[in-house]
Design a binder for this molecule. Structure first.
Ligand code: BGC
Length: 742
């Protein structure tokens, strides 16, 4: 049997080669059909089974059962296994020992880099450069593929407006447009033009659907939102990934409007029928078994039946398909054609990856040595780090701005738990990111300010109230000419299962900050975190604040480049920073309400104890040069459907440093059949400006850009009056008006 299959494959690929390497869809279908025809039901179910390889301190460890399952053709896919040596060993088992020799998929959470870690995705979105994210994905794919992987569980398209939710770190922030562009860029980066290239891997869009809006910000919790909001706000990034050709999708853990995503009608009705996705849908970790606690399945067989029927092709880790599907088919509860449908999708993916042609395509030890941590990757880690950080504040201290630190003072004190910290620089989901390669803040500063005397003190850790390190920290601050406070979250304080109800500085860091500020020394706060933290006190008391997020392997160098002015900060927030958790959910594209805030009227929408405005708005971020916006122009006041409106705005760099500015364009639909947000991002441009340079930036809008779900849930544009706004961020905009007529 195996011989026959090998001959078929060889013939197909020879034929393909003759046709200038173009294998047609027909060839693929023919191949998949003929293979399917040879498979037993058990072997089919094996292709729908995905198990993790454990990872011990010394290396990978696959439960001995799984070796047996692979050999028996009962487990066709493995995740968390990597390195060429290990994956070759496993692939050999599948190819040489199983009856049909079907190659394994090797999946892994390559979220923001594999061994070389780039900034967390939320940070990378602050670059407002989808091309940067694409390059990160290209390089992450190259490094992952060189390490024996062929499938990443990324990108995360979960839009989120709730920084309590720890996984906000993995997405691209709060805005549908920004989120869509970044998600699509990542898909294209991972998958390239040809999935079978040995340096591209299959991407996995996750987590479908609306995982980023759990009630109360608690991970895995219920999601219950209007379909209008879901379609308008949360769906676009998912759909953008489908349009970009993503190969696989992962269902989310949450329930959505009463249905657990894993067995929901959203899979068939929206993902498959409406968006035309026909790739593999994999469940999340153990999620089929979770249909029981969700309360829609009585037992695991029932759960398996619901999931498969709903369109979940591959069972990650719950083992339910392996244990129950055969029985369900035999009892007539599931038609074998439903199993076949899922198996076909998996086989097609393996075919597209080129695994049938060469199952060892991603398994070359020489390439692994050359690519992992190569200069190209390490350089990009620095570049991505520099472009992802956001300068939030830079006010004079005793009449003079501290930043940029052009001439380093003689003595610099770096204080806080991030002062000389490797692992937490990488952030959550750094998977097999190599902490040894990380440049700490101390090292980065030493690399940049060679002549300065740079010393560090932790002061305190990330947990508890232990302040025994304060004394040493204060002594160091008093000794210094400049204090750099290196504070924030560690890598497990955001990410999966890391929701927080208080998003202030964890542990004794707030107290440490106040103690250090009391010394009267000039202080710069550098914050490392996987989410927006509530930092009002810092904003009030510290003149310079850099939000470095979790910047990855070259984090220390990137921070030093920004502090020194070697690179002029250009990042702008991809997410709103609240003043306190009571403001959450908070986002710029809010509705007006019937009683918008009016300071002279008690009965308007507001809090008694905090302003409505966030601490820092979406799109905000400054550099070392001041940018002046003027002269917002539109080329006509009235447009018709089919016309293009041109909008221009002038920006001038009135500072002394060359800079890059993200010019943002928003609109407001003043009257609709349903209420519309007060602002919606429609476009943006990142523009380079030399010192003193002036440029005019032009945007184009058509009626299609103004579509929304009307009262009948039709995606349309309604004629009427609009505002169009341009400026440096969502809360500082020049405004003009136009009318759209039929
Ligand atoms: C996460 C997924 C991840 C999977 C496999 C789950 O807990 O929700 O995002 O891909 O584990 O590691």
């Amino acid at each position: 049997m195996k011989m026959i299959r090998i001959i078929i494959v060889t013939v197909i690929f020879l034929l393909a080669g003759c046709a200038e390497n173009r294998t047609t869809q027909d060839d693929k279908e023919q191949f998949v059909d003929s293979l399917l025809a040879e498979m037993t039901l058990k072997e089919k179910i094996g292709q729908l089974t995905l198990y993790t390889s454990g990872w011990t301190i010394t290396g990978p460890a696959l439960d001995s059962n799984y070796r047996k399952y692979i050999t028996e053709g009962r487990c066709g896919n493995i995740f968390n296994a990597h390195t060429v040596a290990y994956n070759t060993e496993l692939q050999r088992l599948a190819i040489e020992k199983s009856r049909l020799g079907i190659p394994l998929l090797f999946g892994y959470d390559v979220i923001h880099g594999h061994r070389t870690i780039f900034p967390i995705p939320l940070a990378e979105a602050c670059s407002w450069e989808p091309a940067l994210a694409k390059k990160s994905a290209v390089l992450a794919a190259k490094e992952a593929a060189a390490s024996g992987l062929n499938w990443t569980f990324n990108p995360v398209a979960d839009l989120s407006r709730d920084p309590r939710w720890g996984r906000i770190a993995e997405g691209s922030g709060e805005d549908p447009l920004l989120g869509s562009l970044f998600t699509a860029a990542r898909v294209k980066g991972y998958q390239g033009d040809n999935l079978s290239d040995s340096n591209t891997i299959a991407a996995c869009l996750k987590h479908f659907a609306v995982y980023g809006a759990p009630e109360a910000g608690r991970d895995y919790n219920t999601v219950d939102l209007s379909m209008r909001t879901i379609r308008e706000v949360y769906f676009p990034p998912y759909q953008a990934a489908i349009d970009a050709g993503v190969s696989t999708v992962m269902a989310s853990f949450n329930e959505i409007n009463g249905q657990p995503a894993t067995s929901s009608t959203y899979i068939e009705d929206i993902l498959r029928k409406e968006w035309g996705f026909d790739g593999v849908l994999v469940t999340d970790y153990g999620a089929i078994a979770e249909l029981i606690p969700h309360g829609v399945a009585t037992d695991s067989a029932h759960a398996g039946m619901l999931a498969l029927k709903a369109g979940a092709d591959m069972d990650m880790q719950s083992g339910v398909y392996m244990q129950s599907l055969e029985g369900l088919v035999k009892e007539g509860k599931i038609d074998e054609s439903t199993v076949n449908r899922a198996v076909r999708r998996v086989l097609r993916l393996k075919y597209d990856l080129g695994l049938f042609e060469d199952p060892y395509r991603y398994l070359d030890a020489q390439t692994e040595t050359e690519v992992v941590h190569s200069e190209e990757l390490m350089d990009h880690a620095l570049e991505a780090g520099r472009r992802s950080m956001v300068l939030l504040k830079n006010e004079p201290y005793k009449g003079k701005k501290i930043l940029p630190v052009m001439n380093a003072p003689a003595r610099i004190a770096v204080i806080g738990p991030m002062a000389d910290n490797r692992i937490d620089m990488m952030g959550s989901w750094h998977a097999s990111g190599d902490a040894q390669m990380v440049v700490t803040l101390e090292e980065g500063l030493k690399n940049r300010f060679g002549n300065a005397d740079i010393r560090t003190a932790m002061g305190c850790g990330f947990y508890g109230n232990d302040i025994s390190g304060f004394k040493e920290a204060v002594r160091l601050a008093e000794w210094s000419d400049l204090v750099i406070l290196a504070i924030g979250e560690n890598y497990v304080q955001s990410g999966e299962a890391a929701s927080r109800s208080d998003i202030g500085l964890p542990g004794a860091q707030q107290q440490l900050t106040e103690t250090i500020v009391k010394t009267g020394k000039p202080v710069v706060a550098v914050l490392f975190a996987g989410r927006p933290l509530t930092i009002n006190w810092i904003d009030e008391h510290i003149p310079a604040i850099l939000y470095a997020w979790q910047p990855g392997t070259r984090g220390g160098d990137a921070v030093a480049d920004l502090l020194s002015g070697e690179y002029n900060p250009s990042g702008k927030l991809s997410v709103t920073f609240p003043r306190n958790v009571g403001q959450i959910p908070i986002y710029y594209s809010t509705k007006n309400s019937g009683r918008p805030f009016n300071p002279d009227d008690k009965y308007t929408s507001k809090y008694l104890d905090v302003p409505n405005e966030p601490l820092y708005p979406f799109g905000y971020g400054i550099g070392y040069s001041e940018i002046r916006y003027s002269d917002l122009q539109i080329d006509r006041k009235v447009i018709s459907f089919g016309d293009t409106l041109h909008i221009s705005v002038t920006i001038e760099n009135v500072g002394e440093y060359p800079t890059e500015e993200v010019v943002q364009l928003y609109t407001r639909d003043l009257v609709g059949s349903v209420t519309r947000p007060v602002k919606e991002l429609k476009d943006f441009r990142k523009v380079h400006l030399e010192a003193g340079e002036e440029k005019t930036v032009t945007f184009a809008l058509t009626a299609d850009d103004l579509r929304f779900y009307d009262i009948d849930m039709q995606f349309v544009t309604e004629p009427g009056d609009f505002h169009v706004m341009a400026g440096p961020h969502s809360a500082e905009l020049l405004t003009t008006a136009f009318r759209l007529e039929r």
